[in-house]
Design a protein around this ligand. Structure first.
Ligand code: HEC
Length: 406
């Protein structure tokens, strides 16, 4: 998740490529040149430009940057040539020559296969309700091939012309959400044989269902990764769910608390004391419990009945949501789930930091501890939570998809 080279110009270039294509699509749509598909403008080409390869091939990226630079100069010269009659011929000739001389990158390095939904934006926002709805659909329609855990070992997997992929790996984090959405609704074909590989579900799923499935598959994959490796190897956001905080307007969402560190506590035996370093959000297993006043020590109370099960799925307790009781989560200021404590643990441990920015090069907890304890440390407190917070703040999650930092 953090393997981008720290090259600012490249990030800028890839971000600009993505925005330019999205803007082009909006413009074509406004002119009525492309249709609306599943509620959003349809990308009309089979290819798009993306940074998946450029991120690893700086040489090609440089060529693209230089060529785009020359192209802009050529455009400027052309405008100048049209305005300045006496120099028109040489200026236009130069404008025509520059793009020809530009060191364009190899086509294969900048283009990736596109679907009509490549630029579609998920409308669900990783919402707890969508995760649950999607998980129900997944159990009805998808487990047969993809397996209950998403690893592609369902009972019918072996009879497929292509083995279903492991959805509990990085795949869902690498693909554009719009492409996943398209593949879920319209199926896939094996690139070599042209044979249908993944079936289409347009007759059984609405667009909202398909988006919910994508949220659910990510939650399921997060839980599976945590079970298998003890870590969220791909970054996972805190789902959006309704909460109630005293003094705040009646309707607040967990996502409205971005910018603050959260501690989400799934009710278990005993509540920890309040802590000024985090906003404590109490989570109850049922909606009825959620209606009662927030427990002592909590700043906010979750009122969304889907939240418990959504978090149980992300924590790897999909089959037994009651196992979540007593678990705590720490969410960083950007909204990423970073740490998870075992039920009933007395203090936070290094192993609780299950979403790490850079496992190999990061400082040990001991040095984070001393940083936290030092007067200049960003975070007060030299207990386990202080060390964890210091480390989270020092190593923010950088989630890169299509070469772009999200
Ligand atoms: C009949 C078996 C079968 C069923 C049922 C099935 N899939 Fe698939 N799925 C596959 C196969 C096979 C592939 C690999 C296709 C390929 O790479 O050509 C696949 C690929 C995928 C992918 C990867 C897409 C990508 O961009 O690479 C996703 C996501 C997916 N399936 C989701 C689902 C969901 C959600 C459901 C239920 C609504 C579902 N599948 C039902 C067989 C199935």
């Amino acid at each position: 998740m953090n393997d981008t080279p720290d090259v600012l110009w490249l990030q800028w270039l890839l971000g600009a490529l993505q925005s330019a294509q999205a803007a082009l699509l909006q413009a074509l749509h406004a002119l009525g040149l492309v249709p609306t598909l599943h509620g959003q403008p349809a990308w009309p080409w089979a290819w798009r430009l993306a940074g998946d390869t450029l991120r690893f091939d700086l040489g090609q990226a440089r060529r693209l940057a230089v060529s785009l630079g020359l192209l802009s100069v050529a455009l400027l010269l052309a405008v100048l040539g049209l305005a300045w009659r006496r120099r028109r011929l040489p200026l236009l000739a130069l404008a025509g020559l520059l793009p020809v001389l530009a060191p364009w990158p190899q086509w294969a390095a900048v283009r990736v296969a596109a679907t009509p939904a490549s630029f579609h934006v998920p409308p669900t926002g990783f919402d707890a309700g969508a995760i649950l709805h999607g998980h129900q659909l997944y159990r009805q329609l998808c487990v047969d091939c993809h397996g209950a855990d998403g690893r592609g070992q369902g009972p019918s997997a072996a009879q497929q012309p292509v083995w279903p992929p492991n959805l509990a790996g990085p795949l869902l984090w690498r693909r554009a959400d719009g492409d996943l959405f398209w593949h879920v609704l319209h199926g896939m074909r094996d690139a070599r044989s042209g044979q249908a590989s993944m079936p289409a579900f347009t007759d059984r799923l609405s667009a909202d269902d398909a988006w919910a499935l994508i949220d659910a598959m990510k939650a399921l994959a997060a839980g599976q990764m945590l079970r298998e490796t003890g870590q969220w190897l791909q970054p996972v956001r805190l789902p959006a769910f309704a909460i109630r905080c005293p003094g705040a307007p009646a309707r607040v969402a967990s996502t409205d608390l971005r910018g603050q560190r959260l501690r989400v506590m799934a009710a278990g035996d005993g509540a920890p004391p309040p802590d000024p370093r985090v906003v404590t959000v109490a989570l109850a297993p049922t909606a009825a419990d959620a209606a009662s006043p927030a427990p002592a020590g909590a700043d906010c109370q979750v009122t969304d009945p889907a939240a418990w099960q959504a978090l149980a799925l992300i924590a790897g307790h999909g089959a037994d949501a009651t196992a979540l009781a007593g678990t705590q989560f720490i969410v960083d200021r950007a909204g990423w789930l970073r740490a998870r404590s075992a039920p009933g643990a007395a203090d936070w441990q290094e192993d609780d930091l299950v979403c790490r920015a850079a496992p190999s090069s990061s400082p040990s907890l001991a040095s984070s501890l001393s940083a936290a304890a030092s007067p200049a440390g960003a975070t007060p407190g030299n207990d386990g939570l202080g060390a964890l917070i210091a480390r989270m703040d020092a190593e923010p999650v950088r989630y890169v998809k299509g070469g772009i930092v999200h």
